[in-house]
Design a protein around this ligand. Structure first.
Ligand code: FES
Length: 120
C-alpha cells in the first residue's frame, strides 16, 4: 500500500492503491483546506481549487485529472489560474488525484500572488 508523506505537516499516511488523496487525508484527520475553505469548498468536485497540494516527489505515482486542471479549471476559477503560474508541474488538486504509489506532498501551499520581488 502506498505511503503519502505530508512534508510540511510531518505526517505520513498509508492509503489503498488508487485511493482519492483528499478523501484519505480527511479520513486521517488531515485537512486539505486552509482558513475559511475548511467549510467553504466544493466538497471534492474539482471546482474551488482550495485543496491544491504541491507535489514534492513521486508525482509519477499520482494519477491526476490533468485535462481538467490544465484546460477547464483555469477558465472557471481564477484562483487556480494564478496559483499554477510557475507551478504547472508540481501543483495539483487533491480531490482530483488518485494515489498509485509513494509520494511526498506539501498540503495547503502558500500562494505567491505578487511573484518574486524584482529587486532581489
Ligand atoms: S475540494 Fe474543491 S477543488 Fe478540490
Amino acid at each position: 500500500m502506498p505511503t503519502v508523506t505530508f512534508k510540511n505537516l510531518k505526517k505520513k499516511i498509508i492509503v489503498p492503491e488508487g485511493a482519492n488523496l483528499r478523501k484519505e487525508a480527511h479520513k486521517n484527520g488531515i485537512s486539505m483546506h486552509s482558513g475559511p475553505h475548511r467549510y467553504l469548498n466544493c466538497f471534492g468536485n474539482g471546482m474551488c481549487a482550495s485543496c491544491r497540494v504541491k507535489v514534492v516527489s513521486g508525482g509519477e505515482n499520482l494519477k491526476r485529472k490533468t485535462w481538467w486542471e490544465k484546460y477547464v479549471l483555469p477558465i472557471l476559477n481564477p484562483v487556480w489560474f494564478f496559483a499554477r503560474i510557475g507551478n504547472e508541474q508540481t501543483l495539483t488538486l487533491a480531490c482530483q488525484s488518485r494515489v498509485m504509489g509513494d509520494c511526498e506532498i506539501e498540503a495547503t501551499p502558500e500562494m505567491n500572488l505578487h511573484g518574486e520581488p524584482f529587486w532581489s
